[in-house]
Design a binder for this molecule. Sequence first.
Ligand code: SF4
Ligand code: ZN
Ligand code: ZN
Length: 331
Amino acid sequence: MVSVKCRYCDRPAVTIVRYAKLNLCTEHFSEFIESRVEETIKRYRMIKKGDRVVLAVSGGKDSVGLMYIMNSLSKRIGFSYTVLHIDLGIDEYSRRSRKVVEKHCRELGIDCIVIDLGIDLGFTLPQFVSKLRTKRVCSLCGIVKRYIMNAVALETKADSIATAHHADDILVYLFKNFILQDYTFLKKLVPVSIGVEETVATKIRPMYEIYERDIALYTILKGLEFVDLECPFKNVKGFEESIKKFIDEIENRAPGTKISMLRKYAKTFSLDRQEKSIDLGRCSICGLISQKDVCTFCKLTEKAFGQAKGSLVKEITRSRCTTYCVKPHLN
Ligand code: SF4
Ligand code: ZN
Ligand code: ZN
């Protein structure tokens, strides 16, 4: 607890936002974070009035916090959003995550599309992992989640799909891919990835300039329930931890460096990436974006289960979505 007053009122400050040189009480801190997300959305022209957004929510502190921020901004900016939760079928971790997300959706009165891998697609993530005998569980999980997010956003005719990646997540990926000299991936870490009609949805990252500690504090101070269980597959690599420490040290010495790095990066890569995505082709099975004849999701599901499951994701979404579905999809 910091024994100084809030910059804007007489209440005691609960935190110091060093990059903004602000001591803030609970209420003004929440307002500050919400307005920072609003500025980020406006700065990068992520959402405009009347847009319909799909927000991917896992149930962790970042996505639960963002859900509430989006709720207040949807009224201010004038957009609507629906939540997408992917139930990966990872035992207790998935059960609790889904329960938390559904509870928040009920409380906020937001539509929630749940894609349950086990029931809807016939396999859970652990079953997929064991069929493929892979040790790279998180990369496989990433392929599944990205595929479903894209398919749901396209099928529901949403203007964009939003994820809860924050500044620290993005900077770690940036440094990691720079060290590995993986420029294909490096170029994707922009605040907005413009989609291509019918094959790839526009992706937005409203917390591009929000620090991990700040969104965690926002969620905790608001008293929001989130899943504090670690995914049993989580394997924090020493390499990524070292990058994180290095970035934090720079930020400690010069508060605000994380934001300025991200702004410069976004400025350099945004246009370049936009031109790139237009070149990509379509999967011959499911019709979504793919660099090869068959997309990775269809290829891997076919390898593991003898059937490509891409088209199934689209069918499930069509049968489940309500708010954003245009009439022909419901027939
Ligand atoms: Fe998926 Fe890995 Fe995250 Fe678990 S830790 S939810 S496997 S990406
Ligand atoms: Zn205050
Ligand atoms: Zn496919």
